[in-house]
Design a protein around this ligand. Structure first.
Ligand code: C2O
Length: 577
């Protein structure tokens, strides 16, 4: 009898324990709720409905600790499809939570919800999140900050005050209409009406002085600026009048600190810099912070400058009202490729014992990928507004990527292999003088399709990204989902397979998730494909993604269970309508 009671008691305890385990999240699970909804917002005296998260523009900051589990429930309250992407979060084995529409999931339909579940493992610093459907990321974006569990590797306390600075673009009209018009007629998109810092254009635009970001700082203190370029189509220079910036982190990876008068930041990239309030403030002026484009394109663009201010705490705000400002003298000019090159060459991984640089010294597979803009003949009886009255497209190895109507990840997971084919070319279909040809004569029309690059688990991969002169040589920020990579080499002109690898940095190359491929040049990146799933690779200039400048990597499962993609969550948005 006694033994029986004892047994029952044990059974009860074990049932209770299982229930506790399954019902209550572990203490380090952070939960967030994102409502995608319209909000009436006014900038430049234009009032319009803007797509937002929780009515905020920019959206809410996600702040978590290294090692946390993160659950974000996204509820779609508008009559449009949507998805959210956690830009730079590795999503180890959790590709279902990555977010790009039709790559890893079908969109969240009107009135539906989906909970993105993932952990932030062995990652720290500044990343960001944004919508990954159509051009919605024009307004649906925010910071994603991972507080480290170990001390900073430079003399800086972990509780250093930090200031997020998110650069964006503002259109006076509905940005989805801008995209639709671009795709309908094949022309270049309308450029934005303003650049913004934390959603505010600042005093250089008409009717905008009241929408200016002002940050108060305390004399003598050092601040960590978390800079994020969320602009749709523009690389940006940024500088602060009279203050030097010390770069310490890029794309959520520590760097060897270096001082610089300004930075160049491409869409998709993040850069953490230290700024010390070491100036004696003028009684009637604040210090100007300014961002303006780094221009390598012939397309219509917005050449304006967005302005924000640093105000020292002891300054009298009454006397400080703009327009009594001037641009920082250290802000590079629009076409300063020399500065951009010099700045990017200064970026180095920390490569310390604690934060090693695990760049593959040898590779299993080398791929060369050309990046091109293209023209397609105008179909009969249609109007085309691209160059020579044709339609613009863009491609990698002459493949212009078409997003399928179902998710590639689902198709891959269920072994259906429909909607895509694993035959993305591993070298350009034709070899020619990529950066020497006349841009207007040679603009090969691309082939269209959904070709992917299939990689066995653990492949050490090198990709040489080669810009071409077709139509317009341009600096392209290429982003890889689900992986960080190392930029082992960069150069101008054509990549030389015999000579250029001799100059690779295999000691402390910068580690990132988005590389700015030099205008009329190349960049070589190396990575280990150690994350099973389907990963979008694309130009983070949104107009180029729309034109097909993209590919997907399919990374197969490894042998160990810990090297396999987890099963799809139950609430994954269904693909059939
Ligand atoms: Cu930040 Cu595929 O994007």
């Amino acid at each position: 009898m006694e033994a029986k009671v004892h047994h029952l008691l044990l059974l009860a305890i074990s049932i209770l324990a299982t229930q506790l385990l399954s019902s209550s999240p572990s203490p380090n699970t952070k939960k967030f709720h994102f409502n995608v909804e319209w909000k009436n917002i006014t900038r430049l005296c234009h009032s319009k409905l803007v797509l937002t998260v929780n009515g905020k523009f920019p959206g809410p900051t996600i702040a978590v600790n290294e090692g946390d589990n993160v659950h974000v429930t996204v509820t779609n309250k508008v009559a449009r499809n949507t998805t959210i992407h956690w830009h730079g979060v590795r999503q180890l084995r959790s590709a279902w939570a990555d977010g790009p529409a039709y790559i890893t999931q079908c969109p969240i339909g009107a009135g539906k919800a989906y909970t993105y579940k993932f952990s932030v493992v062995d990652q720290r610093g500044t990343l960001w999140w944004h919508a990954h459907f159509s051009w919605q990321r024009a307004s649906v974006y925010g910071a994603f900050i991972i507080q480290p569990t170990t001390p900073f590797p430079f003399s800086l306390p972990l509780y250093t005050p930090n200031i997020p600075l998110i650069f964006g673009e503002w259109w006076n009209e509905d940005v989805e209409l801008v995209e639709n018009e671009m795709m309908l007629y094949g022309g270049g998109p309308k450029s934005s009406d303003a650049y913004t810092i934390n959603g505010l254009p600042g005093p250089s635009y008409p009717c905008s002085t009241k929408d200016t970001f002002v940050q108060t700082i305390v004399p003598g203190k050092t601040y960590l600026l978390r800079i994020i370029n969320a602009a749709l189509n523009d690389e940006l220079f940024f500088a602060v009048a009279n203050h030097t910036l010390t770069v310490v982190e890029i794309d959520g990876v520590y760097t060897k600190p270096f001082a610089t008068p300004a930075i160049m930041i491409a869409p998709g990239q993040t850069t953490n810099v230290l700024l010390t309030a070491d100036q004696s403030p003028h009684p009637t002026a604040m210090f100007t912070m300014a961002a303006r484009p780094y221009l390598t394109s012939v397309f219509p663009f917005n050449n304006s400058t967005t302005i924000a201010f640093l105000k020292y705490q002891n300054q009298n705000p009454q006397n400080l009202i703009p327009p009594n400002y001037s641009l920082p003298q250290n802000l590079p000019n629009l076409e300063d490729t020399l500065f951009a090159t010099h700045f990017l060459n200064n970026l180095r991984s920390l490569a310390s014992k604690e934060f090693p640089c695990n760049v593959p010294k040898t590779v299993d597979k080398s791929v060369v990928v050309t990046i091109s803009l293209n023209l397609q003949d105008c179909p009969a009886n249609e109007t085309c507004r691209g160059f020579q009255n044709k339609r613009f497209f863009a491609s990698m190895n002459n493949q212009s990527f078409i997003r399928p109507s179902t998710s590639i990840l689902e198709s891959h997971y269920h072994n259906l292999n429909v909607g895509f084919s694993p035959d993305f070319p591993e070298k350009p279909p034709f070899a020619f003088n990529y950066t020497g040809v006349s841009p207007v004569v040679e603009n090969m029309s691309p082939s269209f399709g959904t070709r992917v690059l299939r990689l066995p688990y653990g492949t050490r991969l090198e990709i040489v990204l080669q810009d071409t002169n077709f139509l317009n040589p341009e600096n392209h920020p290429i982003h890889v989902h689900g992986h960080n990579f190392f930029i082992v080499g960069r150069g101008f002109g054509n990549f030389n397979a015999a000579e250029d690898p001799l100059g690779y940095n295999l000691v402390d190359p910068p580690e990132r998730n988005t590389v700015a491929v030099p205008v009329g040049g190349w960049a070589a990146i190396r990575m280990v494909a150690d994350n099973p799933g389907v990963w979008f690779v694309h130009c983070h200039l949104e107009e180029h993604t729309s034109w097909g400048l993209a590919v997907a990597l399919v990374v197969e499962n490894g042998r160990e269970p810990s090297q396999c993609l987890l099963p799809p969550p139950n609430d994954l948005p269904p693909c059939s309508v």
